[in-house]
Design a protein around this ligand. Structure first.
Ligand code: XMP
Length: 516
């Protein structure tokens, strides 16, 4: 629904992977926006009264018969349009240009590409004349539509960007929304402010107010059960729901026995004094029993997801007449669990792992469209303390996906001790602000070592530390050798069962942050 009183930008979704990222970048520029399917009827689009429209990328080829199309009337609404990748080709195709499959490999472009910009064009105004942009296209514009001029090129492709400034139509073959495109957000900002006349009237305070109002409308007098893990996402969801519905909320913290050292007690201490009911369920035995002998990562995730829901259902029955189950699912969880057309990477337990039949009227996920740093900002807006807002993420399945192979209580205890040492030393060295997520993984590999005068045959522990802004991509953290050394020495000396420590130096992609 269009937010009354605010300027609005419409992102028309053609099935690309980065579509919510476009929306997020627009919000970052203080402009309200929503993503809608490309099938949205023209009359609805008109009624939304957008100041600009962005066509997203998508996996199809515009010249194929069943490829997603738009009502050509959209080009006669007098509203500026920015087409990205497929969206650019679609615009060219509709307005008399020609798009073909790149015959030569050199015309196909994937990855970071040196690009040259015409800075007279409003889209690139005030930006450097050259820079890297992120390409991902197999088709290319053989003929540019009439009225358009070329505004950017690369070595392989003369038609990287096009513009018809008189109509406010812009198209780029690359993805300005991803971090790999230098100045990409500035290009989007230029489109919004230079072309669409944005004034920047959208803030997190507005987002918060809207979310609170929508939650009140949706939930009415109903009772809500929230899965609270103590992580940033569920804590912010709790604060938002507390603001919206107060005492109608019950937060249930399921201690599945796969939390980090002392975490259960810390969560209880942090939340038991809030103005909603807080319930701690000790379910360690039950989870370990279900997970016994299971080593396949997706299977572990599904078991944990399912068991979580069962525990909630039982708690809900005790409270009685609970209609809604709330969860702190955020956008990267949604997209990586195979939402829409994107491929499934992992089924994050709070999305893909849900059983089909859930004993609640509805699931409420108020953070579903937000990225991690937006969630943190929302948390601050709601008055959460900084230590909670800046907590590093911890996955719902917990240590289960950091113990490679089958899970036992002994392994979980071993990992907990090693992980606690790692975190303690990182914080003591003041590296905790620079690394966005860091943890230990108990590999399933044992190797020979020597301790005192004796032979050992114990587990190898892997340390993982990453820097990232959105957790969709991540780089391994350059932790100083001396610090790694200190951590390694402490772990092999203090934790029984570990005789070797390695550090993971893989970025995402191709690896993921977690090992499973
Ligand atoms: P991956 O391993 O997918 O992790 O690169 C990206 C971020 O998501 C966290 N993660 C999860 N969070 N439920 C969650 O709530 C899950 O099932 C889950 N799996 C991964 C991970 O810790 C990292 O921050």
């Amino acid at each position: 629904m269009k937010e009354m009183g605010h300027q609005f930008v419409l992102v028309l979704d053609f099935g690309g992977q980065y579509n919510q990222l476009i929306a997020r970048r627009v919000r970052e520029c203080s402009v309200y926006c929503e993503v809608k399917p490309y099938t949205t009827p023209l009359r609805e689009i008109k009624a939304m009264d957008p100041i600009g429209i962005i066509f997203t990328g998508g996996p199809n080829s515009v010249y194929l018969e069943d490829s997603p199309q738009v009502d050509p009337e959209i080009f006669r609404l007098g509203i500026p349009i920015l087409g990205i990748c497929y969206g650019c080709q679609l615009m060219a195709h509709h307005l008399g240009g020609q798009v073909t499959e790149a015959q030569e490999d050199s015309a196909r472009e994937y990855g970071k590409t040196k690009t040259y910009f015409d800075t007279e064009c409003k889209l690139f105004r005030g930006l450097p004349e050259e820079g890297f942009s992120w390409m991902s296209h197999g088709d290319y514009m053989a003929k540019v539509p009439e009225g358009f001029s070329l505004t950017a090129h690369s070595a392989a492709c003369p038609n990287v960007a096009i513009a018809d400034e008189s109509r406010g139509f812009y198209g780029v073959q690359f993805h300005p929304e991803v971090n790999h495109t230098e100045n990409g957000t500035k290009m989007l900002r230029n489109f919004l402010y230079e072309v669409c006349g944005a004034v920047g009237d959208w803030t997190m305070e507005d987002y918060c107010k809207t979310a609170v109002r929508e939650l009140r409308e949706k939930i009415g007098a109903g009772k809500v059960l929230l899965a609270l893990s103590g992580g940033v996402d569920s804590s912010v969801a709790a604060a938002l729901l507390a603001e919206a519905i107060g005492k109608q909320l019950t937060c249930v913290f399921v201690d599945h026995g796969l939390m980090r050292k002392n975490e259960g007690d810390e969560v209880e201490a942090a939340f038991s004094k809030w103005d909603f009911s807080f319930v701690r369920v000790d379910a360690e035995e039950r989870f370990l029993q279900k997970l016994k002998g299971v080593s396949e990562p997706e299977h572990k995730r599904k078991i944990i997801g399912e068991e979580f829901i069962r525990v909630f259902e039982e708690e809900a029955k005790k409270i009685g007449a609970v209609e809604y189950l709330a969860q702190g699912t955020i956008y990267p969880d949604v997209i990586e669990s195979g939402f829409g057309d994107a491929a499934t990477i992992k089924s994050h337990h709070n999305v893909g792992g849900l059983p089909d039949a859930v004993d609640f009227k509805e699931i409420v996920e108020p953070l579903r469209l937000l990225f991690k740093d937006e969630v943190r900002e929302l948390g601050r807006e709601l008055g959460l303390p900084e230590y909670l807002v800046m907590r590093q993420p911890f996955p719902g399945p917990g240590l289960a996906i950091r113990i490679i192979g089958d899970i036992t209580k002994e392994k979980a205890d071993t990992l907990r001790e090693a992980d606690a040492i790692f975190r303690e030393e990182i914080a003591a060295a003041d590296w905790d602000k620079q690394i966005n997520q860091y943890f230990a993984v108990l590999t399933n590999m044992r190797s020979v070592g020597v301790m005192g005068d004796g032979r050992t045959y114990d587990y190898t522990l892997a340390l993982r530390g990453v820097t990232t802004t959105d957790f969709m991509t991540a780089d391994w953290a350059r932790i100083p050798y001396d610090l790694l050394d200190k951590i390694s020495v402490r772990i092999v000396n203090e934790v029984q069962g570990i005789n070797r420590v390695v550090y993971d130096i893989t970025s995402k992609p191709p690896a993921t942050v977690e090992w499973e």
